[in-house]
Design a protein around this ligand. Sequence first.
Ligand SMILES: [Zn+2]
Length: 186
Amino acid sequence: MSSQPHTVLPWVVRRTRLPLLSLRCVDCRSESATTGEGRFRVNANGKLLDVWLLVRCVSCDRTGKLTVHERAPVGSFDPAELDGYHANDPELVASRLLDPLLARRNRFTLDWTGAWRLDTPSARLEEAWPVRVEVVFEDPVPVRPERLIAQGLGLSRAEVLRRIKCDIPLRRPTSTGFAFTVMTGD
Ligand SMILES: [Zn+2]
């Protein structure tokens, strides 16, 4: 009996927009903030720069600032990066917002609800068992493999537990690539 998978399918997890931030508002106590379109504020103090990413409370619109750089020497910046801060470059906004260091430093977590999707190729699974699936993360969205697989294959969670062979724990959230094998349903 061969257990070599016949088919390898690529799945991709990617964001559809910027995630919200779970961050308590000092005014209204709401716990949800957004970067909106994404704006930086750069403040020069002599040869030192402060860079903030602006956020807004989704309930009361109060504006807050996340520290990106604090009193950093101008010369320590890559000129392209500095241009990006001045131009509110969307890619730079995304990369700073998704940087775990920024979250730790400013004490927020990302709320990915409704901000990502799973892209799967449309393949007829019946033809070649077992099937190997390789999941790639274009963005660091934390997902529970069990739920992602159930969604991607249209299976119940019980079926996932019965038919999936996976090297990582199915219930622990991950945002790094992994692979699994789908066994036939018979
Ligand atoms: Zn508020």
